[in-house]
Ligand binder design. Sequence first.
Ligand SMILES: [Cu+2]
Length: 131
Amino acid sequence: MHPLPRLTALAVLALAASCGGSDSSYPSGTTNNTTTTTTTTTTTTGGSTSPDITVEASASFNPAATTVPPGTRVNWTWATNAGTHTVTFDDGATSGNVSTGTYSRTFNTAGTFPYHCLIHGASMSGTVTVK
Ligand SMILES: [Cu+2]
């Protein structure tokens, strides 16, 4: 037995297989153009992060809920002809009866500070979240 012819035959077979194997299933144009878009969604659980709240003539606070960092001075400004309202917190802090101008309170500690108007009650309420 001569081992050489067998080897040659195998080599030819391997060559033929590799050549014939190159069919048209070449992955052409399958470029994965996945663009990673980083969408920064501002999650405002209280709806607003504004430290400026308007006391509306419609007997409401706008925005009614706001989230601010510690140390923020939040200002309630009475709209024109807003009428008499109070900004009275559950913890006791209150503006007293105010019909014009601005009431401010600085929040140094984290927490949830619900407030309402003593005149209009629960229907005129809001929350300051400090975190
Ligand atoms: Cu009121």
